[in-house]
Design a protein around this ligand. Structure first.
Ligand code: GAP
Length: 526
């Protein structure tokens, strides 16, 4: 098993490059320089995402009697998010570098040791300019004092009215110096003092309604930071409009938005992303057991889409690190090339969510048990997965490079995405062996038309067949179908109306009657 710190930036670079080159993922607004933390899925990325979401829905809603679907609004009333605690508490502690204004996550600053030089101001005699302001710089190693003074001069120079004056010309008012160990009050990049940490709310706020007054609080709405809240808010409506009994779940796939301070690792931490969440309502005594059961369900799901169990890590989040209302939380983590990182959380949230909404709305959200004649506030187990993160894990897992040697001893690298047929964006590619052969083209087009209502297929007639295979390998197409001279009956009646079917992973080929293609493929892509 890989260690937590193991990373492979070269592999990640190749994946990012392939994703752009072959149309999986583009940066949003790239034409204008790009919108940080936002991504557009190209034609193949959109297919892959659709396959992932459809399979999640099929497994968690369609094939279960106890889970119903919901498609909630993205724009959310402040009342909902005040009650849930997001307005008051959904924040990261942030501080700013006094020199560069770079904003840093206070809880992610690497502790620094060294000498701190304090200053109380600076002046420029020639222009009679001076400033009184507390500043400090942490430095270690050679020429510490000179380097601290240089940084301090750059800091004070920001306040000069006359920008012609060089920082070097400033006279510093230096104070004491002191040794510090493991301090997080200074910017690790330049030693400059940071501001005190402040809570920075991660929600995107907007205004609703054409006539909304500039400062009218009733016009405020938020882009939801998670899909879960509309499930809690609609739980009673779902319960009353459907004949469901505890335990039952409500599932939702949809966009969520967080103004992440530091979007990073490609699509892993984005500002706009999709979640696939289930809130599973149950009796209190079943909460712990169901949390473990959902964990197993979710691990099975990842295996079924091509993320092996061996690459997943389960973090049993210890006491003190879980949300205060959670009695148990598992993080399901995957070995990304940039380290082991969270894909999904499976959390036992007790009756916290329904409790806060019941209290804030003043409306009863209790469940009436017909059999025991008992009223109770259900508890909740929440498997909450990230769609974009799972898609990234699928691509990282599928990416492979293989060295092949041809009959003449020449070697080449075959790049391929080993997607499961279930997830692959293109299920089959169809080639006429020769594009000038009208019958081969006609039959290929007929096969394309036959398969299209059931799956995404791709027709390609350009270049040598070997090159066409490579192009499909690179985007993860599991099967290639070639219509050749045998199909036309030139190899004898036995092979007439059969095609060559080539497997991506083994590169083995077999012949299959055209009439069997559809059931053969359907069996493998479901
Ligand atoms: N309702 C619970 C909830 O939202 P979370 O751990 O904040 O919990 C659940 O988010 C999942 O959503 C994460 O495990 C991750 O897969 C995904 N997710 C969260 N923030 C994300 C972001 N900024 N970018 C991409 N995915 C994100």
């Amino acid at each position: 098993m890989a260690s937590k710190d193991h990373t492979d930036p070269a592999r990640m670079e190749k994946i990012v490059s392939l994703c752009k080159r072959r149309g999986f993922i583009f940066q949003a607004g790239e034409l204008y320089g790009g919108l940080n933390g936002c991504w557009d899925y190209g034609p193949l990325g959109a297919e892959l995402k659709r396959n992932l979401k459809n399979y999640w829905w099929r497994k968690n809603v369609q094939e279960r009697d106890d889970v119903l679907g919901l498609d909630g609004a993205i724009l959310t009333m402040p009342q909902v998010l005040v009650a849930s605690g997001h307005v008051g508490g959904f924040s990261d502690p942030m501080c700013d570098c006094l020199l560069t204004k770079a904003r840093l996550r206070a809880d992610q600053i690497e502790p620094q040791s060294g000498t701190v030089y304090h200053f109380s101001g600076a002046s420029h005699a020639a222009s009679s300019w001076s400033i009184e302001r507390i500043y400090a710089v942490l430095v270690s190693g050679d020429n510490a004092e000179a380097r601290a003074s240089k940084t301090a001069r750059q800091f004070y120079a920001q306040f000069l009215a006359n920008k012609q004056v060089s920082p070097k010309e400033l006279e510093l008012v230096a104070g004491a110096s002191e040794q510090v160990v493991d301090s997080t009050a200074y910017n690790p990049a330049n030693g400059s003092l940071l501001t005190e940490a402040r809570a920075f709310n991660l929600m995107f706020q907007t205004k609703m309604g054409a006539s909304a007054e500039e400062n009218d609080p009733s016009s405020v709405a938020y882009l939801r930071p998670e899909t879960a809240q509309s499930i809690f808010v609609q739980y009673k409506n779902v319960l009353d409009s459907n004949r469901v009994k505890l335990p039952f779940g409500i599932a939702q796939i949809g966009k969520s938005f967080r103004n992440e301070i530091n979007p990073r690792n490609y699509t892993f931490r984005s500002r706009e992303f999709e979640q696939m969440e289930i809130e599973y309502f149950c009796r209190p005594e079943d909460g712990m057991r169901l949390t473990d059961e959902w964990l197993e369900e979710r691990l099975k799901f990842y295996e079924e889409i091509g993320i092996p169990r061996a690459k997943l890590h389960i973090l049993d989040v210890p006491d003190g690190e879980r949300a205060f209302y959670s009695k148990k939380t598992y993080d399901i983590e995957y070995e990304f090339p940039f380290g082991i990182q969270e894909l999904e959380g499976v959390a036992y949230r007790t009756d916290y969510d329904l409790g806060v909404h019941q209290k804030a709305s003043g409306k009863p959200l209790e469940y009436f048990d017909e059999e025991t004649k008992e009223k109770l506030l259900p508890h909740v187990v929440e498997p909450s997965a990230g769609c974009d993160r799972t898609l990234l894990a699928l691509i990282c897992e599928a990416f492979d490079e293989e060295e092949l040697t041809d009959e003449k001893g020449k070697s080449e690298i075959r790049t391929l995405l080993r997607f499961t047929a279930r997830m692959a964006p293109i299920k089959a590619a169809i080639f006429p062996l020769l594009k000038k052969n009208e019958d081969q083209v006609r039959i290929s087009r007929e096969i394309q038309k036959m398969l299209q209502p059931f799956m995404n297929v791709f027709y390609d007639e350009t270049g040598a067949v070997g090159r066409r295979y490579r192009r499909q390998d690179e985007v993860g197409t599991p099967f290639c179908i070639t219509v050749d001279f045998e199909t036309l009956g030139e190899g004898g009646d036995d092979l007439k109306d059969t095609v060559t079917l080539r497997h991506r992973d083994s590169m083995e080929q077999e012949r299959l009657p055209i009439s069997q293609l559809l059931p053969w493929l359907l069996e493998r892509i479901m």
